[in-house]
Design a protein around this ligand. Sequence first.
Ligand code: EPZ
Length: 430
Amino acid sequence: MDKILIRGGAPLSGAVPIGGAKNAALPLMAASLLTAEPLVLENLPDLADITTMSNLLAQHGVAITPVKGANCGAARGRTLEFSARTIASTTAPYDLVRRMRASFLVLGPLLARCGEARVSLPGGCEIGTRPVDLHIKGLERLGAEVELREGYIEAKAPKGLRGAEFAFPSVSVGATENLLMAAVLAEGETLLVNAAREPEITDLAACLNAMGARIDGIGSDRLTINGVSSLHRARHRVIPDRIETGTYLMAAAATGGDLTLLGARLDHVESVARALEPAEVVVSEVADGLRVRRRNGRLAGVDVMTEPFPGFPTDLQAQIMALMATAEGASMITETIFENRFMHVPELMRMGANITVHQASALVRGVKRLMGAPVMATDLRASVSLILAGLVAEGETVVDRVYHLDRGYERVEEKLAACGARIERVNGGA
Ligand code: EPZ
């Protein structure tokens, strides 16, 4: 199994290309199930989760082909065509869904297009229980009959889905995406209240409209969808990954470096730039993306609370904790989205961080230096926070279970090494 080896202490400088957003790409790929005509997606990142979604779609009957001539140039993201001319199977099997929870996003499109879907329940997850009750309740509101049988959600709408109003009791990115994709082919008008407003939702809604859907209120928490009888071909470019952007912002800040994040968008990471400002980190817009550097001297501790967009993202909580580990003073980091998203804490403490967790908050008392150590984590963002810690630690850090990183960070060691980090991937055997 591969490991990442880091010798810390080198400030990063240079430019990092930001890839297409994983969490935008996955629902966009699922949206290809909604039409018999091809959907071309540009700027897809080359990640394990994208392969998993491709495998799932292929077994539903989607033909996936690279689009010639579109994959060259500075932007390395791939362009693929997804063609769901006929749906071969409306079952999403446990074997594939358990590997990646986002597989559950095929439920809405399959139900809307075929009037039935059988999708395995994803099961538990390292960061929380992550139920799917809101997806189910919303689909039931649109007229679906839903049953749980042998670990599978079986949903039927023999006469088609009907538009309705659904108010989310709490914000859910995935449930908003599933309902949006179901409602575009429902009969009549659907109103989604307290919908998630993440840029990934905006991207999905924009793509669906390009496919012929009629969605209003994009970017707000009230989405109105006027159902249409069918969707058509479209070509869409995936937005840049705001979580990858935020991660490299933290990497530059942690090492006292100066990085340009090519293609990154400030409007997607405003809460992050705002949180970093009192920490003495400057994020500014430049012609080709964002520039980040430390004002002077040591970082200052700041308090952060995760919230749905436009608040500070939970997917950057582990990374800012690694950053705050060596800041001057204390910072309080509060996680409000997931109930168990502090698995990186004991690993950071093995590197010398001083962190106390009480319920949903972690009090980080900044230390002068971290020390390299062998570490591992059980999820994607926790793993990358250990890489950030390794970049500033004295000595050698070895991050194990690299497959977590490969789910969401494209060529992370290459991108960091190109900016001066002493980092390499090593083959650690079985
Ligand atoms: C998406 O997950 C992202 N995944 C997550 O990124 C991200 O952390 C999360 O949104 C929050 O921003 C993808 O986009 C593929 P939610 P999702 O539904 O949609 C509860 C990463 O590292 N909830 O917004 O699953 C849920 O338990 C991943 O890239 C219900 O109670 O998140 C959580 O506490 C990790 N019932 C909260 O809502 C439901 O039916 C927010 O979850 C659905 C969710």
